[in-house]
Design a protein. Structure first.
Length: 202
């Protein structure tokens, strides 16, 4: 009896499955709920066909380091690291001095920019004198470049005064145009190296 009952259930179930019978009735109308999908146009996505289109230098803007809003909001580094913010303040000055050298700027302009760099370096030296940041390579490079800029600025000013009275030989040799230009060229190379290090640190 039990076997007949199980067989009957099995037979009815198999028949129902094989006959393709299923849910019979009305399905809910959901077209209105998805109407917006039909009416809205699909978003267009830019497709780059070549690597040049994807990595075109003209598409990218230079980081506005001189803009405090960018530093405070976009980079989000002001609260986490005041040192990074201080470096971002001095990087544009280093770039200005670099450009001044490349454009053969006047001694007055050179000295004014160098003075600003020296002030920033002194401020950072005092601010982080007892903090771990003083062991960073960026800290060391900034102090070195500030000292170098001070040395070249002093040399150029002295040359304006003493070259008239000193012979081109002996003590006067350090004030010759060739000697000063060599110092400026060395400063420019150090500036380039320092700027890279500071940018890598920020």
């Amino acid at each position: 009896m039990k076997k007949k009952f199980i067989f009957t259930i099995f037979f009815l179930t198999s028949t129902l499955i094989c006959s393709g019978s299923g849910y019979k009735g009305d399905l809910p109308d959901i077209t209105t709920q998805f109407e917006y999908k039909r009416n809205t146009t699909g978003q267009s996505h830019t497709i780059f066909e070549t690597l040049d289109e994807f990595d075109h230098p003209a598409q990218f803007k230079k980081i506005p380091r001189e803009n405090p809003t960018y530093i405070d909001i976009i980079l989000k580094k002001d609260k986490s690291s005041p040192y990074i913010n201080d470096l971002n303040d001095v990087i544009p000055l280093l770039e200005k001095l670099q450009k001044c050298i490349q454009n053969n700027g006047s001694i007055q302009k050179f000295n004014a920019i160098a003075s600003s760099i020296i002030d920033h370096a002194d401020y950072i030296a005092q601010k982080y004198a007892d903090k771990p940041e003083k062991y960073y390579i960026s800290y060391s490079k900034l102090q070195n470049i500030a000292a170098y800029a001070r040395s070249v600025a002093t040399l150029r000013c002295e040359s304006q005064v003493y070259i008239k009275y000193l012979a081109a030989q002996g003590d006067g040799q350090i004030y010759s145009k060739e000697s000063i230009q060599m110092q400026i060229d060395m400063l420019e190379r150090e500036l380039d190296n320092t700027i890279k290090i500071l940018k890598d640190s920020t």
